[in-house]
Design a protein around this ligand. Structure first.
Ligand code: BGC
Length: 789
């Protein structure tokens, strides 16, 4: 097993190159940017064409190529079409992020990254445009298949592993789409309106972790606006947060066409516009008239030159890749990506059995294995499940019926054939899924349903043969609640890449154990999802009104029913968890240990998920949040201890009042689970807090004073006086229940200054006067300053 943090950047032993380090002044033998003319520097800050950066030939700065990403190389031939969506050279199509993420396997992500890097290097591509770590805010987002999770911690860990892998090959990555790009509707204009805490806790941390842990060479800014400002012109995001707070020293590239005003964008921290808009002269003019400083232009140009230098390892003569080995890796990735949602015992099928198998559904023969848009890969090979099942079970056992037409046209003849095949078989394996056109970059879905003609087919097949297994092909959550009773087993195949067909067959026959776990909650209905009333917004604004309560943070906080919870996934074996221990380390850090035992009869893989629950936070918090995870593969009867680390951030929330991460001194609960709804053990741990004391003022409430480690002590004498003042427990007040409550509780929400103001009416006999208040505030200021010094 391996621990949560991504493995180091080391590539395979034979990996030829790694990212060249440092270098801020220009490529070897190339003049520093200061020696370039303003026009030459301006030219560096936009592309040469759709896929190439602009070089400066006179200065020996070469023009390098970038290409999509993320789950396969999409290098277009030289004669690329004007919008860059046409054909591309064959490359291994790995499972898109929706599949890869379900593995919860950082080691796998790193190995897939290495393979992607090797393919890019073989094609002289210097930067692969991925990974996408945007949060799945709504299941409707058309690009959810390209993203990892509804959970920022998981998305960050997987994204970092991917970046380590690609960059170990000397090829750069582009972490995208920064930031808050969570829908396709109106993506070029919409403003994602998000409160500060939600931005920090949900929409930024995956980017933050990847930047800090894996140092992607580039970050791609999003198309959309964030709180009214284009991501491409967002000084706060691009400069203050990304570079200032997170220490990013790479290059910021625009998403393709994301720049509205190139001068503003450069001033905000963007380095290069892609594809070029032919406006280099505007940059020169802006430097001349002072709207941009020479230093700002130098910084952007220098970062372009540095990128070229850092990716020198990507441009080596004669680099090749092993397409067969990559196909095998794509298969093992697909094996780890599928999630077994339900199984009444019908799976695995017996490869040596004699009963007939009806394979039904066009997707068995014509697989859906990736989504549409800029990530579309032309695969080197394509497995299909029908061939693989036939090869494993023998042709005499298998009957195929397409059951439905891919374009959704109802066809009673196809249904009748499928029903006949199911009736004659011991088991029917029915491949259902979403039509290719529904999941794509550029538009969102409007519902989460499997097409009606396919569900009608399922009803008939199930009536003919209740031993029906359903395999799904879809890139984002679909509703299963209304029909899953008709499936004896349900395998969520997501989109599994070019080897998904053979992997599916292996899983069905138990040649591999299903080990995928959900990285997004499957709701009962679309209307249950937290962003439902605020997606995709209107009049160019989308309000993230659900705040922090995205995915399981919402469903679990409400204990609302779901079809399948975050983290869920069955195996062909069973597991137990025992011996949870949580030991505090330095400051607010912990080491969590637990033992996992395979209690079944087959080898299998379990993913231990660690959630943190703060029962008494001073701010509202989701009931629990994922803060660590680890996979373990065990033989029958085998046990293994798993150790995971929780750092300070695992316990922190973003204080919008103090604009910082804050850890409170308190006892929190650490939960070890097999899904967000399958908590196996809980242990409490006392945290000292971060020792940073927030300010208190006259407008802070008595409750805030009491909850403050310093203020609480200073306000003690006042509290004693208040406690002595119990309201009468009889008469009208008692009828209202007033006598039941002590005075301090009644005034707990009152700003201290108001207490002093009321005290002023009482004159000299007041228990708390404005002068007392002034002294108290001065004392607390002094003590906070001393404690923080
Ligand atoms: C997409 C990016 C992609 C770029 C280049 C844009 O439309 O949003 O993800 O990398 O095109 O194809």
């Amino acid at each position: 097993m391996h621990d949560t943090p991504a493995a180091g950047p080391a590539g395979p032993a034979d990996s030829a190159a790694s990212i060249a380090s440092g270098g801020t002044a220009g490529t070897a033998g190339v003049p520093g940017v200061r020696e370039l003319t303003t026009a030459q520097k301006a030219s560096l800050t936009s592309g040469a064409d759709f896929w190439h950066l602009q070089g400066v030939e006179a200065a020996g700065i070469e023009s390098v190529m970038v290409a999509d990403g993320p789950h396969g190389l999409r290098k277009q031939p030289a004669e690329a079409d004007p919008i860059g969506l046409g054909t591309s050279l064959p490359a291994t199509c790995f499972p898109p992020a929706v599949g890869l993420a379900s593995s919860w396997d950082t080691d796998l992500l790193r190995r897939v990254g290495e393979a992607l890097g090797a393919e890019a290097r073989a094609e002289n591509v210097s930067v692969l445009l991925g990974p996408g770590v945007n949060i799945k805010r709504s299941p409707l987002c058309g690009r959810n298949f390209e993203y990892f999770s509804e959970d920022p911690f998981l998305a960050g860990r997987l994204g970092a592993a991917y970046v380590h892998g690609v960059q170990s090959q000397g090829v750069g990555t582009s972490l995208k789409h920064f930031a808050a790009n969570n829908q396709e509707t109106d993506r070029f204009r919409v403003s994602a309106d998000i409160d500060e805490r939600t931005l920090r806790e949900i929409y930024l941390p995956a980017f933050e972790h990847v930047v800090k842990d894996a140092a992607p060479l580039t970050v791609m800014c999003a198309y959309n606006k964030v709180n009214g400002t284009y991501a491409s012109e967002h000084h706060f995001l691009l400069t203050e947060v990304l570079r200032g707070e997170w220490g990013f020293d790479g290059l910021v590239v625009s998403d393709w066409g994301a720049v509205a005003d190139r001068v503003k964008a450069l001033a905000a921290g963007l380095d290069i516009e892609m594809p070029p808009s032919g406006t280099d002269a505007q940059i020169v003019a802006a430097v001349e008239d002072g709207r941009l400083t020479e230093e700002q232009l130098d910084a952007a140009a220098r970062r372009v030159v540095t990128l070229i230098e850092r990716t020198a390892g990507a441009r080596v003569e004669g680099a090749v890749f092993d397409a067969d080995a990559h196909h095998r890796l794509a298969r093992s990735a697909a094996l780890s990506s599928a999630v077994l949602l339900k199984n009444d015992g019908i799976l695995p099928l017996d490869p040596a059995g004699t009963g007939r198998i009806a394979v039904i559904g066009e997707f068995a023969r014509t697989p859906r294995y990736q989504g549409s848009g800029s990530s579309l890969v032309v695969p080197t090979r394509l497995d299909n499940a029908l061939d693989a099942i036939t090869a494993l079970a023998g042709p005499e056992r298998v009957a195929f019926a397409p059951g439905f037409a891919l374009d959704g046209t109802p066809d009673p003849g196809l249904v009748a054939d499928a029903v006949a095949a199911a009736r004659d078989a011991e088991v029917a394996v029915l491949f259902l899924g979403l039509p290719a056109g529904t999941e794509s970059e550029g538009h969102d879905r409007t519902h989460i349903d499997i097409p009606a003609d396919q569900l009608a087919l399922l009803a008939e097949v199930h009536t003919a043969n209740p031993a029906t297994v359903v395999v799904l092909s879809n890139g984002a959550a679909v509703a299963v609640a209304d029909w899953q009773d008709r499936a004896a087993a349900l395998l969520e195949g997501w989109l599994l890449g070019q080897a998904g067909g053979s992997a599916t067959a292996e899983l069905l026959f138990g040649l591999a154990d299903p080990s995928g776990r959900l990285t997004e909650t499957l709701p009962l209905r679309l209307a249950d999802t937290p962003a439902h009333l605020h997606f995709p917004g209107s009049e160019q604004h989308v309000r993230y009104a659900e705040g922090l309560y995205v995915g399981y943070r919402y469903f679990d906080s409400l204990n609302a029913p779901v079809a399948y919870p975050f983290g869920h996934g069955l195996s062909y074996t069973t597991f137990e968890l025992s011996g949870l221990s949580v030991v505090r380390g330095a400051g607010n850090t912990c080491t969590v240990t637990a033992t996992v035992t395979n209690t079944g009869a087959r080898t299998g893989t379990q993913t231990v998920q660690i959630y943190v629950h703060d029962p008494a936070s001073s701010v509202d918090r989701p009931v629990h949040e994922l803060k660590a995870f680890g996979r373990v593969t065990l033989a029958p009867g085998q046990s293994e201890a798993i150790t995971l680390h929780l750092d300070e951030r695992a316990f922190a929330y973003w204080s919008a009042a103090e604009h910082r991460w804050k850890v409170e001194a308190r006892t929190v609960e650490v939960r070890a689970a097999f899904s967000s709804r399958d908590i196996r053990a809980r242990e409490s741990v006392e945290l000292p807090g971060d020792g940073v004391f927030g300010p208190l003022t006259a407008m802070s409430s008595l409750r805030e004073w009491l909850g403050h480690p310093i203020g609480g002590k200073l306000v003690g004498p006042l509290l004693e006086k208040l406690a002595a003042m119990r309201p009468p427990a009889d008469g009208a007040d008692a009828e209202r229940g007033g006598g039941e409550r002590s005075l301090p509780e009644m005034v707990a929400g009152l700003p201290l200054g108001k207490l002093a103001m009321f005290g002023a009416f009482a004159g000299a006999g007041a228990m708390f006067t404005p002068a007392d208040l002034e002294a108290l505030v001065a004392a607390v200021d002094r003590e906070i300053a001393d404690a923080s010094a």
